[in-house]
Every structure is written in C-alpha cells, then in structure tokens.
Design a protein around this ligand. Sequence first.
Ligand code: SAM
Ligand code: MD0
Ligand code: SF4
Length: 362
Amino acid sequence: MSGSKYAGPRPRLERCLEKALAERPLADEEILFLLGLEEQEELAQLFKAARLLRERHFGRKIFLYGFLLFSTWCRNRCRFCCYRAPNSLVRRYRKTREELGEAAVRLAQSGVHLLDLTMGEDPLYYREGGEERLIDLVRFIKSKTGLPLMISPGTLSEAALAALVREGVQWFACYQETHNRALFNRLRLGQDYDYRMEMKRAARRLGFLVEEGILAGVGETPADIVASFRAMAELGAQQVRVMSFIPQAGTPLQDHPTPPRLRELKIIALLRLLFPDRLIPASLDVDGIEGLKTRMEAGANVVTSIIPPHSGLQGVSNSTLQVDEGFRTAEKVSVELAKMGLAAATAGEYARWLRQAQRKIA
Ligand code: SAM
Ligand code: MD0
Ligand code: SF4
C-alpha cells in the first residue's frame, strides 16, 4: 500500500482494503465503491486482498463438493431455471436409490469432501410418504459413503428438516437468488419470499449449517447486492455463493443475456472480504473447468458441481457441460488447482472445519 497523502480514488481503495484485511466491517458505501471498480489494476488489488484473507483462514487448501441431482422433476416455475415445470425441452429423470448410491460411491472414491444431494421440487417427495422416501434415500447414501452431506431440496417441512438433522446431514442449501422482494417475486413465480427465508432460519435453529446464494445478471442493482450481503450475515450462513445467470432454452428468460463475468468475480471477492472465514464456492456449472481459475483468484475456497461422468446425472445451469468429458471431476480439478499453487484439502481437514463451524453455531 502506498503512503500517498492525497485523497482520491486510489487512497480510498487502499483504505477500504486495509479495513477489510483488518477484518473490520465495511460500510454500504465502501462495498458499493468496491463493486463499482472497473480498472484492471484496482481489480487486481481487490482480488489480491480476497486471496490474502482466504489464505489466512484456509491456507492453500480447497474443499471439493460432489453434486448429485437425483431428480430433475419440479413443481415450480422459476423463470431462470431449465427444470421449471412447464419446460418440455429439458431431459427429466429420477434416479433410483441404487443408481444414486453407485454415483455417490464413485464421487467418494474420487476424493470429494461432501456430497450435495439436490432435487427439483419433485412432487414424488411432497405427496403422502414422500418425506420418508427422501429420508430413506439420504440414510442410504450416508451408509454407502460416510461422507458429510448437504441437502438442496428446495422447501421442506420443518419436521422433515429435523429428521434430516437426526440422520446426520450437516448442510441445508437454499438460495434466495435476491433479497429484493419485488425481484424475487419476478424470478421465483408463485413462491413466498418469507417462507423460503424462514425455512433457512428454522434450519439454523435445528443445527444445520446453511448455505445462502444469489444470482448475478437477473436485474439486481448494486444496492440489491449489498442487501443480500446483509441478509447473508443476518442469517448466519456458513457458506455463501453467487452464480452468473445462464439463459435456458424453453424458459421465459431464454433470450436474457448472461452477465459479464466480472460481476460474479467482484461479488466473490466482496463475499471473501465480508465473510473471510466462511466457505465460498466456485461452481463448475457456470463456465466449466475454464472458469475455475478466475473464481479461485477472486477468493473462492470450495469447488462445487463435481459430477461423475457417464452416470446420466446432470448439472443445473450448464446441465451437461464437460460432464462426460471428465472435466468436472475431482482429478481434473486437483490438476488445475495445483497449477494455481492450491491443493485439495484432506478429508480430515474438511471434518475439522465442519466441527469448528458446528461449535460456533451451537
Ligand atoms: N430446486 C431447489 C431449489 O430451487 O432450491 C434446488 C435446486 S436449484 C436448481 C439450485 C439453484 O440453481 C437455484 O437456486 C439457482 O440459484 C441455480 N440456478 C438455476 N437455474 C440457473 C440458471 N439458469 N443460471 C444460473 N443458476 C441457476
Ligand atoms: C452447483 N449446480 O454447485 C450446483 C447447485 C445446489 N446446492 C448447488 C447450484 O453449482
Ligand atoms: Fe425448480 Fe429449483 Fe429450478 Fe426453481 S430453481 S424451477 S425450484 S429446480
């Protein structure tokens, strides 16, 4: 940092980054200022500060999450999502316990630290006996792999959440996409903003670690992004994410452009500045393996959406991108991480982080 006495854009940047590196809270105006950076050299300083904070809390170790989308059926009609109920252009499947178990074991053997069990809001799991079916599936995957688990089912009853905690599921992921209610209502058609938020608070109270997330490029303003940061803090989310919107054929937003990636990268860096000790994903679902480097350089410390090739399992926003090519595997990710001077953590390191995070919320 230079010792310049002149007030101007550069000293302001330095002041903000010094404050962030001291882990002091940033004011809204400071966050907005950082989100507005455009100049290469200034952005490089922002990303460097984010990496310094990551290194302080996590060293050079990165966590890897396997992704298991076990049903692509969904009763909802989120405007951005290819799996919305009325979309006839998307491939639908519902995996059996055995098929899922096989994929889970392959992921576990490949060295991922956690399995993210995700579904569309498949009506099968909401009818009589559906929750028991879901709980049985989770128990089966746990018994097959012994790995830590995340569940991303959309909305569930509090009783089902409680049962999943009892089964030993550590994480509940549920993304609001935005914390601007009007924008939420335009994106998640027919869904209740407060119900979705309250579910995450209930999950926290029940002992889950919670992941919150937002979409970039769906009409959010910089002020909306700040509001999301505040909501993530208030929720006490232990993992916080942003993903760029990817247009999906057959959906109302199919012609809406994907945003410039710099927006996502700046949000990742800001997440690291504001939540230095939390988990922040770089998703392979947005830009595949080519998108890994910039996201790690922006301060991410988890790689998500690792999918076993030739399993018939899909991602979400780039549902088949690079899956069967084997580019979305733990092996491939580890090779790329090594080029950046980073490495996959050990299972023990992830377990230690989990224990400490669970102690903090107890
Ligand atoms: N159905 C559950 C739910 O909605 O919470 C879990 C699965 S849902 C597919 C997981 C997340 O994928 C969404 O919350 C959203 O953030 C993301 N997503 C869906 N469509 C996307 C798109 N077109 N571009 C980027 N992200 C998308
Ligand atoms: C990902 N496609 O990590 C997954 C998904 C849900 N918990 C995660 C959005 O990108
Ligand atoms: Fe269904 Fe989730 Fe897609 Fe919304 S985001 S349509 S709830 S799968």
